[in-house]
Design a binder for this molecule. Sequence first.
Ligand code: AMP
Length: 531
Amino acid sequence: MKMGHVIGIDLGTTNSCIAYFEGGKPQVIPNLDGQRTTPSVVSVTDSGEKLVGSFAQRQTTTNPGNTVTSIKRLIGKKFDSKEAQEAKKKMPYNLTDAPNGDVMVSLNSKAISPQEVSGMILEYLKECAESHLGEEVSDAVVTVPANFNDHQRKATKDAARIAGLNVARVINEPTAACLAYGIDERKNAIVAVYDLGGGTFDITLMEVSDGVFHVLATNGNSYLGGEDFDDRIVDWIIEEFKKENKIDLSKDVFVRQRIKEAAESAKKNLSFSQENKIHLPFIFSDKSGAKHIKLNLSREKLEELTSDLIEKTFPFIEQTLEDSKLNPKDIEEVILVGGQTRMPKVKEMIKDFFGKDPVEDINPEEIVALGAAVQSGIIKGETDESTLLLDVTPLSLGVEAENDAFARIIARNTTIPTRRTRAFTTVRHNQKRVRVHVLQGESENASENISLGVFNLVGIHSAPAGLPQIDVTFEIDADGIVKVTAKDVDSERLKKIEVKPSSGLSNEEIEKIIAKAQKKEAEKEEKVKEE
Ligand code: AMP
């Protein structure tokens, strides 16, 4: 049977974009409104109606408590993580925790997982693609920030499953951007992809040579992006208002949301002009009357408020250069990806760092989806045969050793897919099980890295301490996802492993969510028929 289109999806923090590969070229698929990107926003109205995209975005000021923006910043995170706690302070919607400690969002007083929220966005994008292509779409290449860890990648894949999409491949956003950029003209160059989107920052160094896209090193921060620039402006506006009126607006979620919208809009305008007026009438009213915000924000002031955020990206760039033994002058081309790179100060600081102008003529909001579509072309054998993508794992993988030490098994920037085997043994006579705590991160202290799960190797045969040999194989697949298997060397049998993942939805939970959604859909159809 002919495989239908495999669509490419850039599931962004602020906006998402979809594309497909046809006639040897990737092309953007517009959404149902005819827009080339879709706000990654989900809202549930009082009557329980789900809204996605620009319809949901209109609810951010009128129904902020039930409108979820920036869910990508929370996917795969724990409720007590620094990131979730920061979001809890700033976001107008409520956050709670799941029994396993994962963060959940509250919509119409119901706690739902970030996977389900992202699933709603993906479901809408799938519908847009089906409408545009006139066929059912069941497969997709989905992009993630290069620095996403195993939890975040798995959770993104689960979101796609909830949306009824089979993930043909997960690829890293900067890698996708480079694929889209380099596929056309068979470029040969060492390329730096600087990706500053709405919520995440990645830097990836790649060598492109005769159709081979070889990632040399990657690094980044999955909690640094345009949103942080907006927050700086919001805090400034609130401070200015306080100075003038002795009134603190920071606690009112409706007000904060209105200010945030104005802040983002001012920030965007200031990429093209030097001055921007921020005018928010009737922002507050008390006995003395209505109060308004009327401020002037200059580009210079914006830069003063946010330059340190841009500076925060440089240590990551330096680390990738060190990891790949390159100097800034070795970089032949610089590609800017993500809407936040439209800010002139970002361009200027990057130009100063690398000593060259970034490549022009790239749409930073579309290039990642286009690259995902190129990857789908590779999967379907529709690109030049020599096209090959060699990506890397962004984070080291290892296990907890004695005294909280982290024993690295696969180092960061190792080309994937990859596998390493390590022998484990018992420390007590007749020990029946061995506990392997798998972690991801760069700290030498196990407790400071991300816990992926605990694997118990059970059913070990009775033997003196140190005699049994259990080979544990750690694998990272092409999606950057970790798998662990074990083998008892003596018996050559595959040992049973009890896995306790420290995050994520179980298979049963995902199936329950899908079944519930299908039931709701059937009820809706039934109702339509009755009417
Ligand atoms: P993306 O995830 O690539 O869609 O990037 C979204 C981020 O880019 C948001 O934080 C936007 O506010 C920001 N952005 C979009 N356009 C501009 C612009 N013209 N100047 C500065 N930032 C922008």
